[in-house]
Ligand binder design. Structure first.
Ligand code: DLZ
Ligand code: SF4
Length: 507
């Protein structure tokens, strides 16, 4: 009996569990471009184009490998509105009564498959380093889930950067050597991929069907198949990885990606596997091409942080992204969709998201996320913006990163303290402040940086939640030592700023 094998837009791996379990002689792969997936948030135009083009390329590769693929395009004569609708139509066409799926990375789709009228076998997505059982076992009974210990287990499990049971270089974590301020010059650029005919066709489709979605569609520079993604990996290892450690937290106006890999779109869509990426980096270290702080920092992101985020999402359940532990209710300001703000750091980060559907982790965490946290924006609106803005965004990765880590809306399950900071941090790590209408060094009055005002207002507003946190105590002492008149001025000016922002004035 023919079975249907569902392959979603972020499951483009030939080693996908669902494909491994199927029989290419008798089963049929189902792939569909559907409006529901393309519009459940205001996805970036390049994210839609990347997904559709990568899906089309992958379908061709499956066909070349002998699979029968039932592929429905968005512009098909009979398009399908949703994944369940596409499966039902395919079941009808092929007389199938059974579906093999691989666990989707979003609860919406997990629930849709659970209530689907035909028999569905959902297999675990084994492209992650930790199995679902590994993570559940590790998390059981822990009130706080900290990445560092989980990461060490993943090092032991994979043997990456290990000498027997000891970490290579004598330490698990070399972050102390990283975090250098921005370099004067960066002699590296990520690979650009010119769109092929298939991608051009998708770009025209996105142009006509999603005229009002977020972000610029062109220039479109992403790879859309495994060969391209492998080339991007090789290019990164050779040219950027050596500088990745030192400058991973730095930000520059004129060089937006510095030494970052820009591999997350490919890994998260399945074009590259996390283990092969980490192994390629390790091999470069053993060849003597890459220093330990760079390779350890990079591998930690891939097998530590990334997998840990997936585990948090899985174990915390479908309501996690709804959490709002700090009761933040302000609407996301319109400038997050336009980039039109006088704050140079935000204008640059949001502008980059608009142009490329990408920004690196510190731009996301310490500029965009820091601002929304300090300003008290509703974390669900922040989550939706992150889901829309970035080409690598899926529910499993954004829940822990945005709701937990960046907005502290989970009450501290993921982060031991909120990632809140004044202008000081941004000034030290970037060249944004020198080009800003505000002054990073000015704390109140004319030209005072909004991050400076909002930082203290945030601490003051949430005193009950944080004053007993040992990592925050010093900041409360500083605040308490301030002259009461000065404290009052800061709070009044912060409120004035937020009122102007809420009223839609340019800030
Ligand atoms: C992101 C995305 C988009 C834009 N479109 C589709 C689509 O039309 N068909 C599809 O199968 N997948 C798409 N995706 C990726 C899914 O939304 C993704 O698989 C789920 O969010 C689960 O991670
Ligand atoms: Fe951002 Fe403030 Fe620096 Fe301007 S001065 S770039 S608003 S941190």
């Amino acid at each position: 009996m023919t079975r249907l094998v569902l392959v979603l837009g972020d499951q483009l791996s030939d080693s996908l569990a669902g494909l491994k379990a199927a029989d290419r002689a008798s089963d049929i792969v189902v792939m569909a471009e559907v409006m529901e997936e393309a519009t459940y948030v205001r996805h970036h135009a390049q994210k839609i184009a990347f997904t559709f083009s990568a899906m089309r390329h992958f379908a061709e590769e499956l066909r070349a490998a002998g699979w029968r693929v039932d592929y429905t395009r968005l512009d098909a004569p009979e398009p399908q509105a949703s994944i369940p609708a596409a499966l039902l139509a395919a079941a009808d066409r092929h007389g199938a009564a059974e579906v093999i799926a691989t666990r989707p990375g979003e609860w919406r789709l997990i629930e849709a498959l659970e209530t689907f009228p035909l028999c569905v076998t959902t297999l675990e997505d084994d492209r992650f380093i930790a199995s679902e059982a590994d993570f559940a076992r590790w998390a059981e009974g822990r009130k706080e889930l900290r990445m560092e210990y989980f990461y060490r287990e993943m090092r032991r499990k994979t043997g990456l950067l290990m000498e027997g049971d000891k970490p290579v270089g004598g330490k698990w974590n070399f972050d102390h050597d990283n975090r250098k301020p921005a370099p004067a010059a960066v002699r590296h650029a990520p690979l650009d991929f010119a769109p092929d005919a298939m991608t051009e066709e998708v770009l025209s489709l996105v142009e006509s069907r999603f005229p009002d979605t977020f972000g610029a569609l062109r220039p479109f520079r992403y790879a859309v198949d495994r060969t391209g993604a492998r080339n991007a990996l090789d290019h990164f290892i050779q040219h950027a990885l050596p500088g990745f450690g030192d400058f991973q937290d730095a930000m520059l106006r004129e060089n937006r990606t510095l030494y970052h890999s820009i591999l997350s779109p490919y890994i998260n869509a399945g074009l590259l596997l996390p283990l092969e990426v980490a192994q390629a980096a390790e091999a470069a270290y053993h060849r003597g091409d890459v220093p330990i702080n760079a390779v350890e920092g990079f591998i930690r992101q891939i097998i530590g942080w990334r997998d840990y985020m997936r585990g948090v999402w899985l174990t915390q359940g479908p309501d996690y992204a709804e959490k709002n532990g700090l009761n933040h209710t302000r609407a996301l300001p319109e400038f997050f969709w336009t980039g039109e703000t006088d704050m140079a750091c935000l204008a640059s980060t949001i502008g980059q998201a608009i142009d490329t559907a990408y920004a690196h982790h510190i731009q996301r965490l310490m500029v965009a996320g820091n601002f929304t946290l300090l300003a008290g924006i509703d974390p669900r609106e922040v989550y939706d913006w992150f889901m829309a803005a970035f080409v690598d965004a899926y529910g499993w990765v954004m829940a822990g990163n945005v709701t937990g880590m960046s907005q502290f809306a989970d009450g501290g399950t993921v982060a031991s303290k909120p990632y809140a900071s004044s202008a000081n941090y941004i000034d030290k790590m970037s060249d944004y402040c020198g080009a800003c209408a505000y002054s990073a060094k000015t704390k109140t009055g004319e030209g005072a940086c909004p991050f400076n005002l909002l930082y203290w207002a945030f601490l003051s507003r949430h005193r009950h939640a944080f004053e007993r946190n040992p990592r925050m105590a010093q900041m409360y002492r500083t605040w308490d030592r301030m002259n009461p008149d000065r404290r009052e001025i800061i709070l009044v000016e912060a409120e004035g700023f937020l009122e102007r922002m809420d009223a839609g004035a340019r800030v």
